[in-house]
Design a protein around this ligand. Structure first.
Ligand SMILES: Nc1ncnc2c1ncn2[C@@H]1O[C@H](COP(=O)(O)OP(=O)(O)OP(=O)(O)O)[C@@H](O)[C@H]1O
Ligand SMILES: [Mg+2]
Ligand SMILES: [Zn+2]
Length: 323
């Protein structure tokens, strides 16, 4: 389980603030009541002495008994509730009102991450993965295999691709999952299934980066000029190396030059060395990949990636003609 580091830091800070805001607001309400009901102030002063009184007993520096202290606390609390009610305030008026009662907005319960924080991290994961918009519409449950009925071979092939990607996502484990490369013409569902994989893997708590090849290379381009002008670290390209699963959509759509090819090589090679899975999709076929990229890239894409070849008739067109 490895949520995106930046998101985790951001959300922890947010929780610290939330927790403090709730406590400050409670303090303000208490101060306001102390002015209105002076007796309450005295009660709160005596209640806050409970800890020191118990401490003194345990250190044998006091002649009181624990039972006596308890009785006092009960009596003070009863009187406190009575005063609040008499002045028309709810009994919990001076308690902090947390958004999440379970973790009191700390994000943790008994040292374990609270459900509310896990949800926030998953949502942040959608955002930082870069595919929030697509994830609503491109899911496993609305991927329709009937679009591949033209021949039994196509249907079998696409059923296999679908099942492979679904179990890939459901069983994803950054330490053991292989690399996948999807080949196939336009409109055959490569992006659809890649998006579905991204969402499932994020929901399972992993850090996913989803990027078009063009967008990724634009980031490297920016980083190159950033570095030239003396900007240090944090250039935005680390995530391509660090994330649990990198999805590069549409490899081959980028401009091909020495710089872009070396960036692609660097990403693919580094992730293989680090043992971090990558999923690539491309409109190019194996032969075109061999022609376009260095042998060093092609041999890795063929040797270290499991290929899934998408086939059939353009689903985009089929959907339009059905309307
Ligand atoms: N089997 C399917 N069931 C339902 N919708 C599908 C299916 N396959 C593709 N689509 C839809 O058709 C459109 C095109 O699919 P997608 O973008 O995944 O194709 P692609 O293989 O990535 O094409 P390209 O190479 O042009 O990027 C999308 O809107 C997608 O949601
Ligand atoms: Mg696509
Ligand atoms: Zn919580």
């Amino acid at each position: 389980m490895a949520f995106n580091k930046e998101n985790t830091v951001k959300i922890r800070e947010k929780y610290n603030t939330k927790h403090l805001v709730a406590e400050n607001a409670a303090d303000m309400r208490r101060s306001e009541l102390w002015i209105r009901i002076p007796e309450l102030r005295e009660i709160d002063r005596r209640l806050s002495a409970t800890g020191p009184r118990l401490m003194a007993i345990s250190l044998r520096k006091s002649n009181e008994t624990v039972a006596e202290v308890r009785a006092d606390v009960e009596e003070l609390s009863r009187r406190r509730a009575e005063l609040l009610e008499a002045h028309g305030y709810p009994a919990d008026y001076t308690d902090p009102h947390y958004e999440c009662a379970k973790c009191q907005d700390s994000g943790y319960v008994d040292g374990k991450m609270c459900e509310c924080m896990r949800r926030e991290l998953i949502l942040a994961g959608y955002e930082s993965s870069g595919i929030t918009r697509l994830m609503g519409t491109q899911r496993f449950d609305n991927f329709d295999l009937d679009f591949y009925r033209d021949t039994p071979a196509t249907y079998n092939n696409m059923s296999y691709a679908f099942e492979t990607m679904r179990s890939y996502a459901q069983d994803f484990d950054p330490a053991v999952s292989p690399n996948l490369i999807l080949f196939g013409g336009t409109g055959l569902g490569k992006t659809h299934l890649s998006t579905a994989v991204a969402k499932t893997v994020i929901d399972r708590g992993y850090d996913v980066v989803y990027t078009g090849a063009i967008g990724m290379l634009a980031d490297f381009e920016r980083a190159r000029f950033g570095n030239a002008s003396g900007v240090e670290s944090g250039n935005g390209t680390e995530r391509y190396f660090d994330c649990d699963l990198l999805i590069i959509d549409d490899l081959g759509s980028e401009v091909s030059n020495q710089f872009t090819v070396s960036c692609i090589y660097n990403v693919i090679n580094s992730r293989i060395s680090l043992g971090r899975p990558t999923l690539i999709s491309s409109n190019l076929n194996q032969k075109e990949i061999g022609e376009r990229y260095w042998d060093r890239i092609a041999s890795r894409l063929f040797g270290e990636y499991i290929p899934l070849v998408f086939s059939g008739k353009d689903v985009r067109k089929q959907k339009i003609s059905k309307k």
